[in-house]
Ligand binder design. Structure first.
Ligand code: ADP
Ligand code: 5GP
Length: 189
């Protein structure tokens, strides 16, 4: 039987570049798979149900909370987000490693329930870049960006709880650092 896979939790404030770095990481390390979360937020243009997220109604999300289907879940900027146990269990059992891209409250729940998970915080070189990057990404309204930036202030304080911090200044440099960290944890060369 193969050895159990590992869980990598990747977190950090909105706009810091988690999605960008994870996309590069998955391309560079084919041994890794991304966990598709559930959310009650609506899909952005181009997002597909089952690919970026499982898009659920509030009622369906709540029903699945009641069924204990989530490893962790949190409310972020007025919407609910959660990691489905079903996205992890079979994969880990069959030796595949999984990346969770989640916000910091969820990361803290995973720290409690799965202390062996490898927790990585992606930090901005300066908090001011978050606004620039969110505006540049052009996926959220001004009001939504303000909400995310307020939340980011609290999230940045949580950075001290993380054993691994990758600063996303130059994207290539940060992607290489993240890849090396993951390869080392997976004993890959
Ligand atoms: P997150 O997933 O953390 O919300 P994204 O990966 O969507 O963040 O990145 C937010 C925006 O910032 C995107 O438009 C992305 O292209 C850009 N970005 C990511 N990393 C960098 C970087 N190192 N320097 C400049 N812009 C970046
Ligand atoms: P977005 O709306 O930009 O896709 O995501 C908003 C925030 O929710 C991001 O910080 C993202 O990492 C986080 N998120 C995505 N999926 C999950 C999840 O399953 N659980 C938790 N706790 N946060 C999540």
């Amino acid at each position: 039987m193969s050895e159990r896979g590992k869980v990598f939790v990747i977190t950090g404030p909105s706009g810091v570049g988690k999605g960008t770095l994870i996309k590069r990481l998955l391309a560079a390390v084919p041994e890794l798979e991304l966990s598709v979360s559930a959310t009650t937020r609506g899909p952005r243009p181009g997002e597909e149900d089952g690919r970026e997220y499982h898009f659920l109604t509030e009622q369906e999300f709540q029903r699945r909370v009641g069924e204990d289907d989530f490893l962790e879940f949190a409310t972020y900027s007025g919407n609910r987000y959660g990691t489905l146990r079903s996205a992890l269990d079979d994969r880990l059992r069959s030796g595949r490693s999984v990346v969770l891209e989640i916000e910091v409250q969820g990361a803290s729940q995973v720290r409690q329930s799965m202390p062996e998970a490898i927790q990585i915080f992606i930090a901005p070189p300066d908090p001011a870049v978050l606004r620039e990057r969110l505006v540049g990404r052009d996926t959220d309204s001004e009001e939504e960006i303000e909400k995310r930036l307020r939340r980011a202030e609290v999230e940045l304080e949580a950075q001290v709880d993380f054993p691994h911090v990758v600063v996303n200044d130059d994207v290539q440099k940060a992607a290489t650092e993240l890849e090396q960290l993951v390869r080392s944890e997976l004993s890959l060369h």
